[in-house]
Every structure is written in C-alpha cells, then in structure tokens.
Design a protein around this ligand. Structure first.
Ligand code: GLN
Length: 472
C-alpha cells in the first residue's frame, strides 16, 4: 500500500509503531498531488515546504487537505475567488488550531466552488477539479477539491464545509465518508462565512472511523463562536465500539418515495441500503417531513440573504482585488466587486439583497424563517419515532463537466441535503455502492445520507459505521 492511500487510523498505527513518519506521508501526498495535478486537480495551492516543516516538527502528525476558505496562518485563502487572489491569512481558524493540537497538520489547499456556492466545483474561478472515478465528470461541490483529494487518494483526509450539502454531495460523488456536524458542533471562527446560520466545517474521509477521529479533533466550544456550547465533546471514536443497526429504528421519508427526477440507479442503491439496514436488524419506519418540499425555496432565500451581508466586506479596500479603474470611492467598491466576483456569487448577492430589501423583507425573508421553523419541527417529530433517517444523498451520481448549465438544475443537487441543514441537525454521507456500467456511463460511486438529531453525532457515527460494515 502506498502511503498516500492510507486513512487516518492506519496512518496513526504506522506512525505510532515508528514504521513511518509525518514527513514520509507528507512527501508521498506531495508526490501524488504533483502526479495528479493536471488530471484530478484537487489542490489550488500546496505550500510543500511549509507542510514538510510542520511534519518535521510533529513527526507523528497526519497531513490533512484544507478547503480554501479555512484560514491557515501564512497561507493563501482565496475561497476560489478572483476577489481574494493573493490574500494571505493572518491567523489560524479554530478548527486548524484544534486539529494541530490533536496530531494533524494542514497540508495543501483544495479547490471549491467560489465562496462555497455551487454543487460541482465548476464555479471555482481558479482551477478545474475532476472526479477521480471519471475524469470527464465533476467531483461535486462545493467541497469538490476535498472529495476529489480523498476519493482519488491525493490526501489522507480533508476538511470541507457544508451549508446546504457541500460535504455530503461531493462525498457521495467521490466515494468518501462525509459528515456535516450539527449547527454549533464545530467553530466557524476563521472560516470564511457564506450563510452564517447554516455553515459548518466537517470531515471528508476514507472511512467512518477516520471521519469520527477528525470530527473529534475539530469539534468543541470556542469563545470566538457564540453558537458552540460549552459541554464536552463526546469521544466519537469510542462511540463506534459495538456499532450496530440491531434494534435501531431507521426512518424513511414518505414524501420521497414517489419522487420524480431520482436517477434509477440512485434509487436502486438507496433501496438496497434500506434492505441492508433491515437485514442487519434495523426496524424500518416510515416518517413524514411534510414541509421538506419547501426547503429548496427557503434555502434560496435565507442562504443568499446571509451571503449578501457576509460578502459586503469584499469591497476592494481591505481584502484582495482592487479595481484599477476606480475613479472615486463608489466606483472602487462597484468595480472591484464587478471584476472580482464570478456570476454565481453575483447572482446570490443580487437575490439576497432583493429578499432583504424593505418592502420585500416580510414577504420573503420573514416568511422563509417561519417555514424554516416548520421544517425543524418536522425533524423533531420524526426523531421522536426513529434513531436516524435514511435518504439518498444526491438525486444523481456525478454528472459531466459542463452538463448542468441552468442554475436551477444545479440547485436541485441539494434536494435531500438542504432540509437537514435548515433544521441544524447532523448528517453523514456513506458510500453505498456503484452504478452499473453502461456504454454512456462508467460505474460511479453513490452514497446514502443518514440524518440524526441535533448533537447526536455519536449515534450518527455509530449507525454510519454499522452501515459501512454491511457493505463489506
Ligand atoms: N450547493 C449549495 C449551494 O450552492 C450548497 C453549498 C454549500 O453547502 N456550501 O448553495
């Protein structure tokens, strides 16, 4: 086995026994990154010297790829946007400080959709990332670089962020385990904000065990993020012991059963996943999420509204790109933003500004907040009856680069992931099989989503691990 193929748990065993070192693993990852830069293209930048220096200082540490919106002191943080090209972070995000204290080092910055807006990484202004299972296809997004790096063995594991599905959908497309923690489980300090009431950092990894280890390393209270509770973080690795589906109540969503637009192979794999849970002793229970059908509409009001406020700080004055065609302070703002932001980011800022504008605020933003509450209550009610909900992760496997031209079709990728994001609960994406190969389509990985209640990551990981075992 090549060192870059290792997962976190295996790497730690080899590091503990002295069979390898952080430098050797980091060197292997760097060599693999160079070899795949023009094919997979997972990374935007890789400070090789910096990573090796950290490895020498921490010879037992495991290198982790970092999505290019998480600040690492002294490294670029572009959010895959021209507006932040050349920006260098003055400080570490809390997740980076936490993970370094737990034996991980940041190594390389991976591609993403600009400001995490998108589902294919095609909105990156700075590079193309391809799906390691079929180079003509997208890796998903917005954490597409993270997923491609892990799925293509160009990193041991990676950090991504998820606002409406950005860890889970790319994990599904690239055969990774992804975890979107409950809102508040992980500090957002130092993570460039997209939609502050939804954003969470989480792991993309080669196994549920690895995801549990990395989540445990980054999670917890932070004085710098008031949404993180003070309680201790459970031991997520210990939570995997005796992983079982036996006696678990697994919910399947009534409203999803007759849904149009689901790829038949995704449906088959999801049905098989349900059957595997039942065979492993789970009780399958139908639950209802009556307001889930409004989740897309609600998300595309709330997320752009918050984004339009968060992205106001990029004005050419303090960060990144500054227009050379500015005549006065007004044109400095407008031209820097016009030149610096890509089309999807502009679309979101325009939508967000519109729904927040006086006269429309109550009709759109206020109404969306009310429906969000109803969606959260749907989940609370469902979790009164079941331990976890099982759904498809994304409606289709990875699509072709350039295949989805219309923004609305792209948005539909997150149909199954957005409701749990709005509810603030935790969810995972776990590999569930491959599509059958056809003349038009190679065999592509497909994941399923498990959803548990708020701060129930220990249960989520235990169930995800038990499901992973049924796949062996
Ligand atoms: N694809 C969704 C969007 O474009 C979700 C992105 C995310 O989770 N960051 O908003």
């Amino acid at each position: 086995m090549k060192l870059y193929e290792l997962g976190i748990a295996e790497a730690r065993r080899l590091l503990a026994s002295g069979e390898t070192s952080a430098r050797e693993i980091t060197e292997a990852v760097i060599a693999r990154h160079r070899e795949t830069a023009s094919t997979i293209g997972a990374y935007l930048t890789f400070d090789e010297e910096g990573a090796l220096k950290l490895a020498d200082e921490n010879p037992k540490a495991v290198p982790i790829a970092v999505k290019d919106l998480i600040n690492v002191e002294g490294q670029p943080c572009t959010c895959a946007s021209k507006i932040l090209k050349g920006y260098v972070s003055p400080y570490n995000a809390t997740v980076i400080a936490n993970m370094r204290a737990k034996g991980f080092i940041p190594a390389g910055r991976v591609n993403m959709d600009e400001f995490a807006m998108g589902s294919s990484t095609e909105n990156s202004a700075l590079g193309v990332t391809r799906n390691p299972y079929d180079l003509e296809r997208v890796p998903g997004g917005s954490s597409g670089g993270s997923a491609a790096a892990v799925g293509g063995n160009v990193s041991i594991a990676a950090l991504g962020t998820d606002t409406g599905g950005s860890i889970r959908q790319p994990a599904s497309f690239c055969n990774c385990v992804g975890v979107k923690p409950s809102y508040g489980r992980v500090s957002r300090y130092g993570v460039t904000a997209f939609a502050s009431s939804l954003d969470q950092v989480g792991p993309l990894a080669k196994s549920v065990e690895d995801a549990a280890i990395l989540l445990g390393a980054i999670a917890g209270h932070d004085e710098m993020d008031g949404t993180t509770p003070r309680e201790d973080v459970p031991d997520y690795l210990a939570a995997l012991e005796g992983a079982t589906l036996k006696g678990r109540k697994i919910g399947i969503v009534k409203e999803y059963s007759s849904m149009a637009g689901l790829d038949p192979e995704v449906k088959r794999i999801t049905d098989e996943a349900i059957a595997k849970c039942a065979a492993a002793g789970a009780e399958i229970v139908e639950v209802s999420l009556p307001h889930a059908e409004y989740a897309m509409a609600v998300y595309y009001i709330i997320a752009p509204a918050e984004a339009s406020a968060n992205l106001a700080r990029f004005d050419g004055v303090r960060f990144g790109h500054r227009s050379e065609r500015a005549e006065d302070v007004y044109t400095l703002y407008t031209r820097s933003r016009a030149e610096g932001f890509g089309p999807e980011v502009k679309r979101r800022i325009i939508m967000g500004t519109y729904v927040l504008s006086s006269g429309y605020y109550d009709a759109y933003y206020g109404r969306a907040q009310k429906v969000r509450t109803l969606i959260r209550r749907d989940f609370e009610e469902a979790f009164g009856k079941v331990d976890a909900i099982l759904t498809p992760c994304a409606p289709t496997p990875a699509f072709r680069l350039g295949e989805l031209q219309d923004p609305l079709t792209m948005y539909l990728n997150d149909l199954f992931t957005i409701p749990s994001s709005l509810a603030g609960v935790c969810a995972s994406s776990v590999p569930a099989g491959f599509t059958h190969e056809t003349p038009e389509r190679k065999a592509l990985p497909v994941g399923v989503q498990f959803i548990c209640g708020s701060f129930e990551e220990a249960k989520l990981l235990n169930i995800s691990k038990a499901f992973e075992e049924t796949m062996k």
